[in-house]
Design a protein around this ligand. Structure first.
Ligand SMILES: *[C@@H]1O[C@H](CO)[C@@H](O)[C@H](O)[C@H]1NC(C)=O
Length: 326
């Protein structure tokens, strides 16, 4: 029991909505977002532990928990496909975005894996109901592996995506997703949760494609290229895989308290383009045909919005550079 509650305590939360939204969140939330934008007084540092560095890439195992539309699934699958350089012919690309993660190296100076790929998918029709505790996310992954539906992979990330009608402990309250690890067959594996926030808290977890109702007046939501649900998921998936790859076991790269760390992307809350400030995501590309805002291109002509990554060399948050409008 103690071990289980500890596991829960050390789960790493993430939240993306910028501070300026004036949200009345709990203590944890304030802590998560303690880094003020543009501040260089502190930095993301290495704590000596193992990173996800396998040369052939990080395998992602997806569990779709609940009902997802074909459009949402397709957008997310295309996002993972976009890590393959050959499948994207326009810059800035998802591939280029991930390149910044390559500057994160372990003790042996080996970089975090240069690519991510969707290795296997699995569906789940609410086997744990519609209200889930964080530790049950880990148990779900464990059960899928025990049932041989997914392999054991120490360089993988097991991602549980929950549908709009599923509530998960802390999700939409203090976080938009989390990653943690669990030991299976003597191998430590990384698992994570990201939920579709479109019905529960889009202004918090799908910003800037939705605006919190209690935010300052005058802010307008941007148009999402793939829909608020899918694009909100993708922003948080990007945040989680960057954090999980560079701090998989809580002794990798982070800033601040190990129990409420700021990682590669969470150290840069609400920053998506140059010139970002609280309440403003920064310069983005606007698709002239649809008016949708984004900052990278992906496979199948998809467009995505990916968050800035903490740059270890300059100790600043770096977003992929926006090129002129398409
Ligand atoms: C895009 O925005 C412009 C300016 O607000 C508007 O005139 C145009 O109709 C919009 N296009 C689409 C496809 O929504």
């Amino acid at each position: 029991m103690l071990a289980k509650s500890l596991l829960c305590l050390v789960a790493i939360g993430l939240s993306l909505a910028p501070k300026s939204h004036g949200q009345n969140q709990n203590q944890n939330q304030t802590q998560d977002q303690a880094s003020s934008m543009g501040s260089t007084s502190s930095t993301v540092t290495y704590h000596g532990g193992r990173l996800l560095t396998k040369k052939n890439g990080i395998n992602v195992y997806v569990i779709w928990y609940g009902a997802f539309s074909v459009e949402d699934r397709t957008a997310i699958i295309d996002f993972f496909d976009s890590f393959d350089k050959k499948k994207v012919n326009k810059e800035p690309s998802v591939f280029r975005w991930w390149k910044a993660i390559g500057s994160y190296k372990d003790k042996a100076k080996i970089s975090v894996s240069g690519t991510v790929k969707l290795a296997k998918q699995n569906g789940d029709v609410y086997s744990l109901g519609k209200s889930i505790k964080r530790q049950e996310i880990g148990e779900l992954v464990m059960n899928k592996i025990k049932a041989k539906k997914l392999p054991v992979d120490g360089n993988g990330i097991y991602l549980v995506f929950t549908a709009t009608d599923v509530t998960v402990e802390n999700f939409c309250r203090s976080s938009c997703g989390f990653h943690d690890s669990i030991e299976i067959e003597k191998i430590k594996v990384v698992y994570a949760h990201v939920g579709d926030s479109s019905d529960q808290c889009p202004g918090f977890c799908a910003w800037p494609y939705a605006i919190p109702s209690f935010g300052p007046p005058g802010q307008k939501a941007l148009l999402a290229p793939n829909g608020v649900g899918a694009d909100g998921l993708i922003i948080n998936i990007a945040t989680i895989i960057a954090g999980a790859a560079t701090n998989p076991f809580k002794d990798g790269y982070f800033q601040g308290d190990a129990l409420a760390p700021l990682e590669a992307v969470t150290a840069c809350p609400g920053i998506f383009g140059a010139g970002a400030f609280p309440g403003n995501p920064g310069n983005l590309i606007v698709d002239k045909a649809t008016n949708a805002s984004f900052n990278v291109y992906g496979s199948n002509d998809k467009k995505f919005l990916l968050p800035a990554i903490w740059d270890l060399k300059s100790s600043t948050c770096k977003a992929v550079a926006a090129s002129p409008a398409t």
